[in-house]
Design a protein around this ligand. Sequence first.
Ligand SMILES: *[C@@H]1O[C@H](CO)[C@@H](O)[C@H](O)[C@H]1NC(C)=O
Ligand SMILES: *[C@@H]1O[C@H](CO)[C@@H](O)[C@H](O)[C@H]1NC(C)=O
Ligand SMILES: *[C@@H]1O[C@H](CO)[C@@H](O)[C@H](O)[C@H]1NC(C)=O
Ligand SMILES: *[C@@H]1O[C@H](CO)[C@@H](O)[C@H](O)[C@H]1NC(C)=O
Ligand SMILES: *[C@@H]1O[C@H](CO)[C@@H](O)[C@H](O)[C@H]1NC(C)=O
Ligand SMILES: *[C@@H]1O[C@H](CO)[C@@H](O)[C@H](O)[C@H]1NC(C)=O
Ligand SMILES: *[C@@H]1O[C@H](CO)[C@@H](O)[C@H](O)[C@H]1NC(C)=O
Length: 355
Amino acid sequence: MSCAMLRHALALLLALLWKGPSSAQAAEFGHLPDNITVLEGESVVLRCKIDEEVTHKAWLNRSNILFTGTDKWSLDSRVSLVNNNNSDFSIKIEQVMVADEGPYTCSFQARNQPRTAHVYLIVQVPARIVNISQDTSVNEGDDVNLFCLAVGRPEPTITWKDFKYDLMNEGEFLEITEIKRHQAEEFECITNNGVAPPDTRRVKVTVNYPPVITEVKNMPAQLGKTAILRCEAMAVPTASFEWYRDDRMPVESDNTLKIKNEKTRSLLLFTNVTEKHFGNYTCFASNRLGASNASMLLFRKAGCDVTGRERGQLLNLYRMCTGPGAVYGGAVSLNGRLSGVGLWFCLSISVLMKV
Ligand SMILES: *[C@@H]1O[C@H](CO)[C@@H](O)[C@H](O)[C@H]1NC(C)=O
Ligand SMILES: *[C@@H]1O[C@H](CO)[C@@H](O)[C@H](O)[C@H]1NC(C)=O
Ligand SMILES: *[C@@H]1O[C@H](CO)[C@@H](O)[C@H](O)[C@H]1NC(C)=O
Ligand SMILES: *[C@@H]1O[C@H](CO)[C@@H](O)[C@H](O)[C@H]1NC(C)=O
Ligand SMILES: *[C@@H]1O[C@H](CO)[C@@H](O)[C@H](O)[C@H]1NC(C)=O
Ligand SMILES: *[C@@H]1O[C@H](CO)[C@@H](O)[C@H](O)[C@H]1NC(C)=O
Ligand SMILES: *[C@@H]1O[C@H](CO)[C@@H](O)[C@H](O)[C@H]1NC(C)=O
């Protein structure tokens, strides 16, 4: 290594190790974050730390002077000086707006050397849904297009989920082609940019379809008793019901028959079944999308119709069979040789009593 090279290396080393006031200054400014992040609407303080004597100092927004020393140049009332002494020259911006985002510069002169420190103000805005499809009602088989518009800084993500919270789509739009009745539900739009909790809104999609009668049953009935015929129908909008007899005669309410219409079903309530009530009934369910019908029978119940008096006699026999000390086993053993017949007798009565 030549002497000249050695001298150069030494000079370089010294230059690196020697921390004069100005390089200390630079190190001090190096402590300022390059980026300062603030939420829209909040306040932020921009600090400039100085540890040497300075003659002039200023804060700039891009190339516009905000303050020189204590002199305010900015006309913006949100900007103020929070500290000005030999070691600290700081300004405050209140109710930060998106337009405030950008480079800010602290500029000063020490020993006739101009120096600067830069910060970059980043203004964040929580993700927020600004417009979304209204709740909608469509017919089965239609195509459905939903939208969800969101704003935020940084740019938010938008996702659509269904009620099971399964992802349907990423992006502003949700398209469902030929929607089926089981797809009627609330869809949720979620927007997020990590600045604040996600914003969510829901859109309800109603799918209309014609009535489908789901349950009809032939019903047994006994004279003098009550009976019910049911007609259940799924439909959107809800179906309206009509009833007809064999001969297509409309069924009408009277003192022994009531028609009770509920949301998803219609009931024929027979309060006292008589001979004329037995027959074939047709339930007719309709809404503006269509109609459906189904028929069912009210038929005479097989087996004996027990009168009140017969019922009283049966009850006495039943007590004999089941009363204290006369359980099935007892009755059977008391009768001794008639045990088989006794058992049959008591069992028959039990069955009849449940009629
Ligand atoms: C400051 O923000 C910009 C983007 O706005 C980024 O590229 C840069 O890396 C950030 N600097 C620091 C030190 O975080
Ligand atoms: C300048 O102001 C800051 C903040 O109020 C304070 O901490 C610091 O001691 C002050 N420095 C001098 C030299 O007055
Ligand atoms: C910074 O400059 C921008 C662009 O001129 C301006 O819109 C904004 O209001 C300024 N902000 C402050 C705090 O001076
Ligand atoms: C939302 O979007 C719809 C459809 O594009 C539009 O008609 C409506 O004016 C928007 N509403 C608002 C508040 O922007
Ligand atoms: C049912 O109708 C029959 C014949 O009309 C009548 O004799 C009977 O009392 C009625 N029963 C009831 C519980 O109303
Ligand atoms: C009941 O009436 C409907 C309609 O009139 C008919 O289609 C059906 O066959 C009838 N059921 C019986 C068991 O008679
Ligand atoms: C009842 O439904 C059948 C098909 O199930 C249809 O052919 C018939 O026309 C319907 N009756 C009425 C009165 O709508």
